[in-house]
Unconditional design. Sequence first.
Length: 164
Amino acid sequence: MSGQIPIERFKKPLLQFIDEIFSNVHGLILDKGTTLYETLANVTAEEASERVGPKSATIAAQVDHIRFYLDVLNRYMTTDDESKANWREIWETVDAVDEEEWSRIKTRLRESHDQVMATINSFENWDGKYEVGGPLAILTHTAYHLGGIRLTLGVIRGRREATA
């Protein structure tokens, strides 16, 4: 008996989980209407710019950080370039955004997501250094930030309702 999991048995659910976090609920981990893209669809630039605490990140910064993370992981999965990334950069540079910048951040996220998914779908053997770890990291990291974004949005909207 082999101790190996067939690639398709692993790959199919992993890709479904990633798809669910970003865009399409499959009933595996999220409720309808709670994917990253569905959550962001009705977030205004004003909401994306608001901090819920003095040391908290804005939603805009969290979204751009997800995009940055996807870009770095894509680089790790496709090249030998494992140079250290400046993980603090987004937190230090992205704050309040206007509608145009907010739209640009969301568009760049989709482009990075499309690129990294093309990379993941190109893997044939799933035996490279980042072919398993990269997608798992993307899944867990994005799920973490989706929770943070949804919590932040709930606080922002709750405050507004309380003062209305």
